[in-house]
Design a binder for this molecule. Structure first.
Ligand SMILES: [Zn+2]
Length: 340
């Protein structure tokens, strides 16, 4: 038999013997018999090498080395297997032990509300539109009919990034961008983060999410606005009472605020609703003709309505959360209760 065949035989029989070992002692005996320095089978075969021609020597040497590496590797693996088996025998699994907790991420309540709002408006034919958070003054104020030095600009307490750039104070610039790009008719829903510097009390935070909506078409009226927003509020909050109050925004005329009955106190007055029994959830109005013109849409042909709301406020109304800051404090104990 050639030395190459002998090496292959050693490999084959060695693997069988290692697999058959069921104790450490048997495994050590196999190691000695196969690879032992003095009397192992590999040592014996290596002793044959000097008798061969140089070419035969090269082939046989390679075959023996391959067998050696393979058997060494398998010996190590089998040793680990036997050790693991020994451990599990000495410490059987206690099936009554409580399992380790597994932590799983969940969506933030504001994200959940945004997704629900998007879904309600998608069913009404609206499309989600997005825009940049760093905006120019023109998109954030001028195109939305804010006259220079309008008091609303103070109220917004804008975070400026430079001479002309700012962090958008509302999602309304996306109205302008969308109308510029696609023209009318259009129906969009715009979720996004907005920034205002000093608004910080029980119902305001300096960075918060907002959802904007815009519908522009021929013959759109205030009746469409009221009907759509009432439908929306009842889809989100159930059969709840709503009311519209006149308001003012530079970019809509006429303008309104929509309130829903406080879900915490059912309208009798509590800290969440500051005793009024109502929660203000959104501002809305008919798009100002100047805004349509600034976006390149003919206000003689088209009319539109728009609204803006804080999903944080929506979450307060929906879940009866008394302080909006709880939504942004990243307290897992608070957030966990919304995990689905
Ligand atoms: Zn209340």
């Amino acid at each position: 038999m050639s030395l190459v065949s002998a090496a292959e035989q050693l490999e084959r029989e060695g693997l069988e013997r290692i697999a058959a070992a069921t104790t450490r002692e048997e495994l050590e005996a196999a190691r000695t018999a196969l690879l032992g320095r003095k009397s192992g089978r590999l040592t014996a075969l290596l002793g044959e090498l000097p008798k061969l021609s140089p070419e035969e020597k090269r082939a046989a040497g390679a075959a023996l080395n391959k067998a050696k590496l393979l058997l060494e590797g398998r010996l190590g693996e089998r040793e680990a297997e036997l050790a693991a088996a020994a451990r599990s025998r000495s410490a059987p699994v206690d099936v009554t032990m409580p399992s380790r907790p597994r932590w799983r991420g969940a969506k933030h309540p504001v994200t959940l509300i945004i997704e629900e709002v998007e879904q309600i408006f998608r069913e009404l034919g609206f499309t989600v539109a997005l825009g940049p958070e760093a905006e120019t003054e023109w998109y954030n104020f001028t195109a939305l009919n804010f006259p220079p030095d309008h008091p609303a600009m103070d109220m917004h307490d804008t975070l400026y990034l430079g001479d002309d750039m700012l962090l958008r104070t509302h999602t309304s610039p996306v109205q302008i961008r969308t109308l510029q790009t696609y023209g009318a008719p259009v129906r969009i829903i715009v979720p996004g983060n907005v920034y205002r510097r000093d608004f910080f009390d029980a119902s305001h935070a300096p960075m918060f999410a907002q959802i904007e909506g815009l519908a522009v078409d021929e013959g759109v009226s205030f009746v469409d606005l009221k009907a759509t927003l009432t439908h929306f509020a009842q889809q989100l909050l159930g059969e709840i009472r709503t009311r519209f109050r006149p308001s003012f925004f530079p970019f809509t005329e006429p303008s309104a605020e929509m309130d829903v009955q406080c879900v915490t106190c059912q309208g009798s007055g509590c800290a969440t609703c500051k005793g009024s029994g109502w929660l203000e959830i959104l501002g809305a109005g008919m798009v100002h003709p100047e805004v349509l013109s600034a976006s390149g849409v003919d206000p003689e042909q088209y009319t539109g309505w728009a609204f803006g709301m804080g999903p944080g406020r929506m979450a307060m109304a929906r879940y009866g959360i008394p302080d909006i800051r709880a939504l942004y404090d990243s307290d897992v104990r608070f957030l966990q209760q919304f995990a689905r």
